[in-house]
Design a protein around this ligand. Sequence first.
Ligand code: PLP
Length: 395
Amino acid sequence: MSKLAIDGGKPVRERKDFLVFGTPKIGEEEIAGVVDSMRRRWIGTGPKVGEFEQAFGAYKGSPYSVAVNSCTAALHLSILSLGIGPGDEVITTPMTFCSTVNSILHAGAKPVLADCDPVTFNIDPEKVGRKITKRTKAILPVHFAGHSCDMDALMRLARKHKLRIIEDCAHALETEYKGRKAGTFGDLGCFSFYATKNLTTAEGGMVTTTKKALADRIKRLALHGMSKDAWKRYSDSGYVHYDVVDLGYKYNMTDLQAAIGLPQLRALEENWKRRRLIWSRFQEAFFDLAVDLPAEAPAQERHAYHLYTPLIHKKFKRSRDWVLNALTAENIGAGVHYRALCDHPYYQKTLGWKRRDFPIAADIGDRTLSLPLSPAMIDKDVEDVITAFRKVMKA
Ligand SMILES: *Cc1c(COP(=O)(O)O)cnc(C)c1O
């Protein structure tokens, strides 16, 4: 095996070809769509946002979809729309992005963590059960990497204790569980269109729900709490006065973003197939390394293949951070999803979270890394990731 780049050897890729983690696949249709919006001079919230909401709802089989400017906004408004606030508790996982708990905190409620499963990295329903109190109002599961949570068990808990469910579907656009699409189990599903996600609008998000009252409230809160949206206000049907009927936010999506999202939605299946292929190449190529391979979804489920997250064995002679640095030296970008939330100083200080209370998430957070898994990767990129990861793990 050749000398590691971190030790001064020749890297697998040239420096100028550094493989950036999470590069989105952007086609000519996305570019033309943005240019079209610019030429029409309708760049704010307008007809394309409406069209994107319709198309997204049709894909998900969800009666109501509201586009917003991020998944963080989607989560925040979802919690508010259910009337959850000060004095209430929401149970979620320590193995997620910080914005999942930040949105609970922004709503004035208290996030309560239930540790995750060591194989799927998903919230463990049994541990959720132990965290339910009189103050618990909702469960906020995250379908990690696109692998569905155990929705039967979570829905049972919700029914038994009269809790709401808000699904964080930031990884789970294409995820299905027993024939049903992620984001349609709970009261609300929240999606992210951040640059690295399975569908991107640069920044953006969506809330799906089966309840019209929730959709109406979210739509209002996303635009200053105004009763009529700006698009209707200035359309050719004449001037319409608005009333401020709620204390809202500035969370609306723009037509420039929706113009990117529409062709991205049409390419969803093709991009999913490409990621599935890359994922299975990785599974074959890494079986003999000192890692636990990411869990495959059971046959009756559909994995969204958002992240490829091998878990480095405890006994491996090097740390995860060394592996990250060694990959970077080979000019392969990697990520970490995630260090457990209990490791962050803000939550330790304000909520008293400690590693020992969430031993599984803390351990995963120390040993996991994410290899590039983007439909924009050509075959040579995939082979370079394989060569580099094998080189680093076998050195
Ligand atoms: C990306 C992500 C978010 C936040 O999405 P934004 O659109 O960037 O606000 C929330 N939860 C999870 C699990 C994510 O991966």
